[in-house]
Ligand binder design. Sequence first.
Ligand code: NPQ
Ligand code: MG
Length: 372
Amino acid sequence: MSVEMIRLHRLHLPLVRPFRTSFGTEVVRDVILVEAVSSDGVHGWAECSAMSWPGYSHEYADGAIDVITQHLLPTLREVGGDDGPQDVRAAMSVVRGHPMSKSALSTALLDVWLRERALPLATYLGATRDRVDCGVSVGIPTTESIPELLDEVGGYLAAGYRRIKLKIEPGWDAAPLEAVRHAWPEVPLQTDANQSYTRADAAHLAALDEFDLLLHEQPLAEDDWYGHVLISQACRTPICMDESILSVESADSALRFGAASIINIKPGRVGGYLTARDIHDLCWSRSAPVWCGGMLETGIGRAANIALAALPGFTLPGDTSASNRYYEVDVTEPFVLDDGQIAVPTGAGIGVDPIPEVLADLTVWSTEVRVG
Ligand code: NPQ
Ligand code: MG
């Protein structure tokens, strides 16, 4: 382990518009970036996907700071010399859960390791593309206005996005889907309920089949495996799992049980890019489609996700939107949409760095911890 010091930076990025999901409304992205510094002065960067409060999953920013500094960093004492990414993952496995914290710290170390070897993350992971297809996740309008929704979707389609995902919840589903499908008969369209339905909603969800959807994402609670089997059997629309998928084993279970036929891969939710790649490999071997999810990443997290989305099994457009979908000012050079795609970074490691002045402007708190 050549990394001598870790810095945590907490940033507040105002969103270009409020983002409302079935679990709440966000107006500012409160996000932690991890900077790892090696003895040779190589700086690695990663982003923690946890929100400021436990709305999407149990993890949250204050908890992540505690887990990273008090519990994960000490496990690295066991990692010595030139030990690589697999050893870091193994060392951290003594801490239960907290995948977003593990992903943030291990990815910052991976970025140092790759930069020391002049190896791009995409190449290391096995990418086969140099551009990735991008979709966009569309929140519930805070006004619950359908014309406003159509306006927002129209803007994204004009910008070139190749797939629309509507956030839904009980009371906001058939009407917005009908309106979008009517306005754009051919657009690839899918939903994300973020666990807001129950087993009793099987027939209601099946009635949404008429809108010709690519998939429904996470209709039920993350631990309701049998419920997802029931929904899968009731709907012609394929079911995709997000929050339920925490490991290779949960992805395998989802496919074998018939709880889901498509997997949303989020590196943070599964503990890092190695496990994300392993889930991709499993799904690729079973011909199950995967796509890369999003957690309102800054350019730091976005760069790494785009590298992952360049693997061959990512056959559906991801929530890998351009920087300006969420932020007027990104912490890196902005990622821009070009014909509905984003170019995979080609530099060593994640291939991007924070812009120092912007980082300083957005930072609300930081800390520095020595490793070992
Ligand atoms: C999802 N993301 O797929 C998540 C949920 C989500 C792009 O739909 C702050 C930080 C607010 C992370 C709101 C997308 C968030 C967040 C929603 C993640 O389920
Ligand atoms: Mg989701």
